[in-house]
Design a protein around this ligand. Structure first.
Ligand code: TYD
Length: 221
């Protein structure tokens, strides 16, 4: 990947964890500080991605697990190449709803494909690109389900999966976070919205100051 100047933040977690609410609050805070923000998502952050999103979320009938993994990876390849990378090269902040950790959690643990293979597939698709900060909004799937029921929207193909599927997805996200503590910020998504927003801002503030810090300390004269 060529030189990156911006900051890339992804939000992850089960369905109903509150990613959209937090992305909106973070976007506003960054804009108030004069940053140019690109708000995007997977699947569906591009015109091609919108077609893929329609298949993976709304296709009636089964999709073979490997085909599903490849569809998400195809969406990702086009999204990183045409939206994320150009934005980072311009120096923008990218706030992205879901990235490859979702593939490892949903297609890996959820659909029982090999997690390492799913990750490698995504890394190939994205030419190895990884976010600077990944916020994991961790929530008990039973509580998430109550939130989704209250929202009264039709469920997509992943949301209708059984409780046990969502338990596996949650455990996989927590394992990913434990393996990469430098990239992940894990938050209990049952906490009040404002507390979560403050914790995310604190992490992003320090990432932004690191972005502006000199690469190495100047030599003493
Ligand atoms: P999301 O956009 O969060 O759904 P909504 O618009 O309903 O809030 O995510 C859509 C679904 O796609 C979600 O159930 C998780 C799933 N998904 C995967 O299974 N693998 C992936 O790689 C990605 C990015 C999403």
């Amino acid at each position: 990947m060529s030189a990156r100047r911006g900051l890339w933040i992804t939000l992850e977690g089960g369905d109903g964890a509150g990613k959209t609410t937090q992305a909106t609050l973070l976007e506003q805070w960054l804009r108030d500080r004069g940053r140019t923000v690109v708000r995007t998502r997977e699947p569906g952050g591009t015109d091609v991605g919108a077609l893929v999103r329609d298949i993976v979320l709304h296709h009636r009938g089964d999709i073979a697990p490997r085909a599903e993994a490849l569809l998400y990876a195809a969406d990702r390849a086009h999204h990183v190449a045409s939206v994320v990378r150009p934005a980072l090269e311009r120096g923008d902040v990218v706030i992205q709803d879901r990235y490859l950790d979702s593939s490892v959690a949903y297609q890996g643990a959820g659909r029982v494909l090999d997690a390492g293979e799913v990750r490698d597939l995504s890394l190939w698709a994205a030419e190895g690109a990884l976010p600077d900060v990944t916020v994991l909004l961790d929530l008990d799937p039973a509580l998430a389900r109550r939130r989704l029921d209250a929202a009264d929207k039709p469920f997509d193909r992943l949301e209708v999966e059984k409780a046990e599927f969502h338990e596996r997805v949650r455990a996989a996200f927590l394992d990913l976070a434990a393996a990469e503590p430098g990239r992940f910020l894990v938050l209990d998504a049952a906490r009040p919205v404002d507390d979560l927003a403050a914790a995310i801002r604190a992490r992003v503030r320090s990432a932004l100051s690191a972005e502006h810090a000199p690469a190495s300390a100047p030599e003493p004269s």
